[in-house]
Design a protein around this ligand. Structure first.
Ligand code: FES
Length: 153
């Protein structure tokens, strides 16, 4: 779906966001938006450019579940695991998704088509269970709707 990690593009992103230690989280978000992941080369580059240690950057990357360290598939499917969605069956929907896609949460299919991830409230609680596919939010997703979305998106 996205570009492979590229040193020059990453460097431009870091300087566009602001090459300062306090901008680390924003830089990581921008890198993930561009490449879908933050790999070891990105971590080292960011650390060098904003004057932090590799361990400091790595610590932040591992703390936030948003910063995946491997490339995502074409469709990034996030299923809400927060309370309102759980009450409306998001756990069962997650099990269905895992079975249908043949992957577990936090995994990408071998053909790189799907990445399945948990998310904690999409602001769509009134229409739970909620699912996000590549930044688009869907509500009241049951198994049939899930199958349709995965096929059609
Ligand atoms: S709890 Fe799932 S969208 Fe808010």
């Amino acid at each position: 779906m996205k570009n492979k990690f590229d040193h020059e593009i990453a460097l431009a992103i870091i300087h566009k966001v602001g090459a300062r230690p306090e901008m680390l989280v924003q830089i990581l978000h921008a890198i993930v938006k561009e490449f879908t992941y933050v790999n070891e080369s990105a971590i080292r580059l960011i650390a060098k450019e904003i004057n932090l240690t590799r361990a400091e950057v790595h610590g932040v990357v591992s703390f936030y579940h948003d910063f995946r360290t491997h490339p995502a598939g074409d469709k990034i499917i996030k299923i809400c695991q927060s309370e309102a969605c759980q009450a409306m069956g998001s756990r069962e929907l997650t099990m269905h998704a895992e079975k249908t896609l043949g992957i577990e949460l936090h995994q990408t299919s071998e053909n790189a088509k799907h990445t399945l991830e948990p998310v904690y409230c999409l602001g769509n609680c009134a229409h739970s269970p909620a699912v996000m596919i590549n930044d688009k939010v869907y509500g009241k997703v049951d198994k049939e709707k899930f199958n349709q979305l995965v096929k059609s998106e």
